[in-house]
Design a protein around this ligand. Structure first.
Ligand code: ATP
Length: 514
């Protein structure tokens, strides 16, 4: 299939805008970097992914290694917690990226995202340096550097520019202080305007109550997980859960990311789906392996191709000090391909979080195993994934391009996740067809999210539904009045089949249960 010139990401972003999946937030005021709004189809898709996760985590959790269902309960904790929470969790002291400011452009960058290279040229049989250029890392970094080098060369006049090899570029953080001072910032004109890297806390803060002083300072949660640790004791005391058990939560998280980018991949406000699985200390590693396998399987079940998923085992030397094992479940995004980027992290966090909260709150968080007469702080395995990042994965995976179709761009979403399940159209808006189509719509919408559309040509109506990823379209035509049957069009094959009106419900129920 011939693909248009523009990159897959820019086509996806514009399809999302055009069809009401995702809009830039505050667009009428010029937008706000790092914030996006989910439109009518987008919120439905996001809710469907959230509901699938909640169903498979809380309502019908997987079977454990012994073949028995696991116990996982739900929670919805506050976005703003006692500020000590974030001291205990380490976020106040350590939740920081190294960032660099540009004194010339006033722009701010993540230090490890600035790629630098020394530009050299040959003149009179001598190799000379044109200085250090930099760009933000990304798929077009090599191209950008080459363009900038050419411009610099033109200014200096004469000589043969040495080709730019992006693989030789190094992050700003690995340069010496002298070298850093020579770098021309990614958006700057002159060298030496980048500050030295310094830590930047990613938590948004606010104040509770009327006085805006340090005592009243609170944080917007940068992850949903800590709320679960804070309620661990209440859950144990008020429900009948017994170790091993999990507590799951879906909700908003906020991080003042230095460089939000790649559409809804890295944003400053996002949603997470996290589960803390509390287990016996000696079983931690076993449960960690269990959850990595289970979560990889789950993403595949949402329609993500196995070949686009990758388990990245974090090497022992790079693990957080409290972790005895972490694997990132990565996806091959268009902007990382052929490489992968994080979708979900599965971390064996040992008893670190509960111990920290026990020490800071002075509340005993030991678990009492009455059967075996034991007391211990449970160990924790945490599968933590991004809901909004998951939506991006579904969209990337579903995006299809086929010039032979009425709408060359269409979304092959898993039917159960598609925002609209069925489009219902009268072929023409007269001759008794709208009445039958409306009656069918009023019946089907009770169980399937349906859209009634009587406007424009039938081809255009199919095209709109293809772009929204709607798996089935039903058309009531002239023959329906005689044979009491309708035409059902399948999104994936574009094939049509005749189905008796009375059989439409069983037909959909079978096809949509996939
Ligand atoms: P990254 O390395 O991409 O910054 P992280 O390792 O900091 O992510 P975690 O703290 O493990 O991420 O959060 C769990 C999940 O939350 C991530 O796998 C990702 O799906 C999602 N997530 C984290 N930060 C963001 C963000 N800024 N925007 C969207 N989703 C995010």
């Amino acid at each position: 299939m011939t693909q248009p010139d523009t990159s897959l990401m820019s086509r996806l972003v514009s399809l999302c805008k055009r069809r009401g999946f995702v809009y830039p937030a505050s667009e009428i005021y010029g937008g706000l970097n790092g914030f996006w709004d989910f439109g009518p189809y987008g919120v439905q898709l996001k809710n469907n992914l959230r509901d699938a996760w909640w169903h498979d985590m809380v309502e019908c959790p997987p079977l454990g290694p012994d073949g028995k269902p696991l116990t996982i309960v739900g929670l919805d904790s506050s976005i703003i917690q006692h500020p000590q929470t974030w001291v205990a969790s380490g976020h106040v002291g350590g939740f920081a990226d190294l960032m660099v400011d540009c004194r010339e452009t006033k722009l701010r960058y993540r230090a490890d995202h600035i790629l630098c290279i020394e530009v050299q040229y040959d003149k009179s049989a001598q190799t000379k340096s044109l200085g250090w250029l930099s760009v933000q890392s990304g798929d077009d970094a090599g191209e950008l550097l080459a363009k900038k080098a050419k411009k610099l060369m033109q200014k200096s006049g004469g000589g043969d520019l040495r080709p730019i090899d992006i693989t030789k570029a190094v992050p700003f953080t690995s340069l010496s202080l002298e070298q850093q001072a020579l770098v021309i910032g990614p958006d700057a004109e002159v060298s030496g305007t980048l500050t030295q890297p310094r830590p930047f806390n990613l938590m948004f803060h606010s104040y509770v109550g009327v006085f805006q002083d340090e005592d009243a300072k609170v944080y917007l949660r940068p992850e949903t997980a800590q709320g679960i640790f804070l309620e661990y004791k209440n859950v144990v005391d008020t429900t009948r859960v017994k170790v091993p058990f999990g507590v799951a939560q879906v909700g908003k998280a906020f991080r003042n990311e230095v460089t939000p980018r790649n559409f809804i991949f890295r944003t400053r406000e996002f949603e997470q789906m996290e589960m803390e699985f509390f287990c016996e200390p000696e079983k931690g590693l076993e449960w960690y392996e269990f959850w990595v396998a289970e979560r990889m399987r789950w993403w595949e079940a949402q329609g993500v191709k196995k070949t686009n998923l990758f388990r990245n085992i974090i090497p022992a030397g790079e693990l957080a000090h409290y972790s005895k094992g972490t694997s990132d479940i990565e996806y091959r995004y268009p902007f990382t391909a052929p490489g992968f980027g994080e979708l979900e992290g599965v971390a064996y966090r040992t008893d670190y979080d509960l111990k920290q909260h026990q020490a800071h709150s002075k509340t005993n968080l030991e678990y009492i195993d009455q059967e075996n007469n034991k007391r211990f702080i449970p160990h924790v395995v945490e599968p933590a994934s991004g809901l909004t990042r998951g939506v991006l994965v579904l969209l990337c995976e579903a995006y299809q391009y086929d010039e032979s179709r009425a709408s060359p761009e269409w979304l092959k979403l898993k039917p159960s996740l598609a925002p609209i399940k069925v489009g219902i159209f009268p072929l023409v808006n007269k001759d008794g067809m709208p009445e039958i189509a409306e009656k069918l719509y009023l019946d089907l919408r009770k169980d399937y999210i349906s859209q009634y559309d009587a406007k424009q040509s039938i081809g255009k109506r199919y095209a709109r539904m293809d772009e929204a990823g709607t798996p089935f379209c039903i058309t009531v035509d002239g023959d329906t009045l005689k044979d009491e049957a309708v035409t059902v069009r399948n999104r994936d094959t574009a094939q049509q089949e005749r189905v008796a009106l009375a059989q439409v419900r069983p037909y959909l129920s079978q096809k949509l249960s996939d």
